[in-house]
Structures are given as C-alpha cells and as structure tokens.
Write a protein that binds this ligand. Structure first.
Ligand SMILES: C[S@@+](CC[C@H](N)C(=O)[O-])C[C@H]1O[C@@H](n2cnc3c(N)ncnc32)[C@H](O)[C@@H]1O
Length: 276
C-alpha cells in the first residue's frame, strides 16, 4: 500500500475545512487518508491531489462533495451521552425559560445530531419530566451534515452500541425489540424534526430563534475560523437569555463571543446575555 504525500493530504484537507469546517491537520491527516483511500480506489485515483482535482474540476465534482460527509465525519454518539446535561436542562434551564416564553413552545436545537440519539434523549427527558409534545410545550429541531445519519435518525432503529448507557428499565420503557435491534417507541419521536444541513454553508442561517442549542462533540473537529463562525451562528440564533450546551471537552474559553459561561447545576453552560 503506497502512502499518501503529506502535501497532497494538506491540499485536500484545506478544501474540506473550507467547505465543512472539519480540520484534518497534524495527526488527523492520516485519518483523512485512511477514510478516503477506499473511495480513491473506486474512482481509480492514485493520490489525494488527484481527488482534490476531481472535487474541484470534474463535472461530477459537486456530486462528489455531497458524498464526502458520509466518508469523513465522525458520527460517534449514543443515548443519554453526558446525561447530567439533560438533568440540568430539565431541572434548571426549562423552569427559567418557560415563563419567558409562555405563549409559544420552547424551541430546542440539536446541532450535529448524528443519527438522532441526542435529540431523542432530549425528547425522552422532556416526556419523563411530564412534558409530552402533545401539550405543544416544546419543539426539537435536529440537523447534521451527513445525510446517511439523518436517514437513520428518521428510521429510529438502533444497535446495542447506541444503547450502551441505557439500563434494562430504560430499554424496556423507551424501545421495542425488532430483529435484535431497538426501535424507539413512536411517542418519543413525535415533536422531533430532522434536517440535513451544513451549518457552515455560505449564507446558511437558522430560520428561527432557539431557547436552547445543544452542539456537543462537533466543535472538537473544527478549525479555529470555523469554530468562531459556528459560535457566531448560534449567538444570532439564540433568544436573549438562551443557552448553549457544549460537549465536555469543548469550551468557549478565550473566545470573543456574546455567549457567556455560567455555572448551572454544577456544570458550565453558555448563555446569551439577556436584554436589560
Ligand atoms: C461526533 S458527532 C456528535 C453527535 C452528538 N452531538 C453527540 O454528542 O453524541 C458530530 C456530528 O457533527 C456532524 N457535523 C460535522 N460537521 C458538520 C457541519 N459542518 N454541519 C453540520 N453537522 C456537522 C457530523 O456529521 C457528526 O454526526
């Protein structure tokens, strides 16, 4: 197996970063190479540079760009990941936000939702807190770059790995077994709307304001400029006083943003300054 030239991987990595925000610098260059190697073989291209040229100049380049997210994204996720954040949301954030918007549903966004485990965990937490969607008290939007993951999210049929943090009681209550896999029960799917989207596409804007945005374990894969752009997008999309939840290894420390860290329920979350 021939190894790829670092300069070729850099050229391709820069194009990917510009388009999707994802960075493949340093040690991650090898990850990019190994993820794309089978595709290059299929296209009979012998180097990342040739693939770069294919993407940029071939008549099927745009279609190839559409295929890329399924090849290069890390979609790792599972139900009730970082579960303390769901508790904080229910115990602290919702009681504060609901009186602020009494005449409309609370709007929540799971940005980078992968195959849906995160927004569905949110829906389950809301149900269990006595807030079913039929009461029109909340709406969840969920988006991801990878269309294959959005299709899986809509199907709501999961393997054991997605349920790794679920105890036997949760499995029984929230899922039905189907051919050795786990189907999320219909009542937890209502009120969750999925859409495919590149959050960094030029001109992309979230089309409505949100009370809460979860963007967990996505920014770790972004370069600096993309990180700042995405935080800017969230800052515009949040209502004054709205909250942003990041993953445990992500932080806005040292970033120039109007989203300020606040400690809620013992964890750091970010809040858009409320208008005086
Ligand atoms: C590691 S998963 C995290 C899933 C979930 N938030 C969690 O914490 O379990 C990161 C997701 O971000 C998505 N993603 C990466 N770049 C994106 C972009 N530019 N726009 C939208 N989603 C993106 C990936 O496709 C992937 O499914």
């Amino acid at each position: 197996m021939t190894s790829f030239q670092p300069a070729d991987l850099k050229l391709l990595g820069d194009l990917i970063q510009e388009r999707f925000g994802l960075t493949f610098e340093g040690v991650r260059q090898d990850i990019l190479g190994s993820r794309l190697r089978p595709r290059l073989r299929e296209l009979r291209l012998d180097s990342p540079r040739a693939y770069y040229e294919y993407l940029r100049f071939h008549p099927r380049g745009d279609a190839e760009f559409d295929r890329l997210p399924a090849l290069i994204t890390n979609n790792e996720t599972y139900f009730f990941r970082e579960t303390r954040q769901f508790e904080i949301l229910i115990e602290h954030v919702l009681p504060e936000r609901r009186p602020a918007a009494p005449s409309r549903p609370l709007r929540l966004l799971s940005a980078g939702c992968s195959s849906g485990e995160e927004p569905y965990s949110l829906a389950i937490a809301l149900h269990d807190a006595g807030l079913p969607p039929a009461a029109r008290s909340w709406e969840i939007d969920a988006c991801d770059l990878n269309p294959e993951r959005i299709a899986r999210a809509r199907e709501a049929l999961y393997d054991e790995t997605s349920l790794r943090a679920c105890d036997p009681e949760s499995r029984r209550r929230y899922f039905s077994v189907e051919g050795g896999r786990f189907r999320l029960k219909d009542r937890y799917r209502v009120g969750v709307r999925f859409f495919q989207s590149n959050l960094l596409a030029p001109g992309f804007a979230l089309d409505r304001p949100y009370d809460v945005i979860l963007c967990r374990n996505l920014l770790i894969y972004f370069g600096d400029a993309a990180f700042d752009r995405l935080i800017g997008l969230f800052a515009s999309a949040l209502v004054p006083g709205g909250y942003l939840f990041l993953g445990h290894s992500e932080s806005l420390f040292d970033r120039d943003t109007e989203l300020l860290p606040v400690v809620v329920g013992g964890s750091v979350v970010y809040r858009k300054t409320a208008k005086p």
